[in-house]
Design a protein. Sequence first.
Length: 97
Amino acid sequence: MCFGTFRTGLPFYLGRPVVLASERGSEMTSNYVVVRPERHARVIVSEGAAVAALDRGGPPLYTVASAGSLRRLTSLTRRRLVPVYADRRSILVRAEG
């Protein structure tokens, strides 16, 4: 999942869709996505739905976030987020447990 940021090459690299947690979908850098969010309902979820999925537990949910969006995500979730990888633009985390 991506939270508040989106790496456009990630779905291609992974070979499958990547869920974006966003209120507007603008992180996908496509005006079509912003104007027609109902067509992308399987790929774009609300931030609240993403936080609920993290808090629910279960299999590890890896999340990509920018530094700013990670601060926001950390303040919203009850679970501790463990850094897995970081580069200049993004941080990959997983919920502990």
